[in-house]
Ligand binder design. Sequence first.
Ligand SMILES: Cc1cc2nc3c(=O)[nH]c(=O)nc-3n(C[C@H](O)[C@H](O)[C@H](O)COP(=O)(O)OP(=O)(O)OC[C@H]3O[C@@H](n4cnc5c(N)ncnc54)[C@H](O)[C@@H]3O)c2cc1C
Length: 461
Amino acid sequence: MGASPSALPIAVIGAGFSGTMAAIQLLETLPRGRPVLLCERSESFARGLAYGTGDFGHFLNLRAANMSAFPDRPRHFEDWLARNAPSLPPEEAVGIRVTPAGTFASRPLYGRYLSEILTETVTNGGPPRLRLVNDGVTDLVPSAGGFSLRTEGGLGLPVAGAVLAMGNLAGTGEPHSRHRADIWAPETIGRLQPDQPVLIVGTGLTMIDAVISLRRRGFGGPIVALSRRGLLPNTHAPAAAHPVPNLTATDLSSLVTLSRRLHASARAAGGDWRGVIDALRPVTDFIWRSLPQSERGRFLRHLRPFWDVHRHRSAPPAADAIDREIADGRLTVRAGRILSIADEATQAVVTLRPRGAAEPERLAVQCILDATGIGRVGETTDPLLRRLIDRGLVRPGAFGLGLDVGADFRARGQRQAGPVWTLGPLMRGALWECIAVPDIRNQAADLAAGIAAEMARAEAA
Ligand SMILES: Cc1cc2nc3c(=O)[nH]c(=O)nc-3n(C[C@H](O)[C@H](O)[C@H](O)COP(=O)(O)OP(=O)(O)OC[C@H]3O[C@@H](n4cnc5c(N)ncnc54)[C@H](O)[C@@H]3O)c2cc1C
């Protein structure tokens, strides 16, 4: 006999920060008879793409003070760091830096913090309600009471509903070249000739990670980083706290009026743009939802690169390393566009048009690394998402950035079936601030409360 629908588990698909915290919050809020499955295809639970790096030179891009995993315990990560710092071996202790802009920790340390939180949850005593499924989920097939969850390993598990927490989707595979390599695969670096040039496409935080990894693994050759505008992320610096701005309907009617208002605020604050941008955080999603659709489109086309470099700042130790690279001529940051790539036996010849130049230039490189960031749902080749889109269970949302999702975290599709929720980077477009820890920890708590209420209503009906 199958389990009664009220005892069927809720599945969480993906165990990066989003999925792990969603599962932990679900265990807190769901009745004790309702189990939770946490499914992860990689060997490592809790860390995900961002905190799975083993490189202690990869720093969190937010201060430790902003990185607690729990919305109701703001000092949780700082306290963990303080407890653990004295016992760290020297090679890991370099992963904690106290700077005038605040304390910054390395991402492997943060990954360890998350792993410990998950381990404590699993070994907490009492009857086990959290089942870790180390398998890739391939499909959700609608069935009585919810779905049959299918995995690469051949499992078919009945579940009442599923939370999609697959996070940072891979890009589209561009630029096309035989010499393109995976920026997150350590073996990429091991295969490089130590002195031949490398091209990194993208000049944001991922590019900074890649340069740091290349140098730490002994790559000594020239690195060229290219993006349309060649903008580098700004660096964290001490900033005064500013009040959340009180924006009027006129401020929010267009990007022009909004930008004028923010520039005026920055001038009034004596040019402290960091404080002004930080003060926007609690209202960024309100701003995003209030702007007309056409203005949101204009933001994505024209302003987004400028927003990104002001909003997503680098930790001072990482920024110092990049400044030294540029000063020494080992890293060149270029603004321009790739026109074509010709693959030769041992190199790719990239033809690019530098920004503002009439004539193209050629650049011969041994390898091209794609650091352009998170892929879009609208273009994804992720097998599970493609299947769910084909089944009509979910669909791409505004601008194809993330999923079409309601304020209750329910993903919307063409057909009615069991509940599918989402959080984290898959909400891009519906929300604007949804990819960093301070946003996701709130989403995880709100999502769990919403699911518990929905399940209770369904049982009572
Ligand atoms: C390099 C990098 C650095 C970052 N640094 C910071 C930072 O310092 N501070 C900050 O606040 N934010 C940072 N972020 C933002 C980051 O997106 C969030 O902090 C958070 O890690 C997102 O977690 P996630 O679980 O949504 O996604 P991910 O970390 O991408 O995790 C998704 C997980 O789902 C699994 N998965 C995918 N598909 C399946 C499937 N079909 N079946 C089973 N498992 C599946 C994947 O294996 C993966 O483990 C960074 C992001 C990146 C990419």
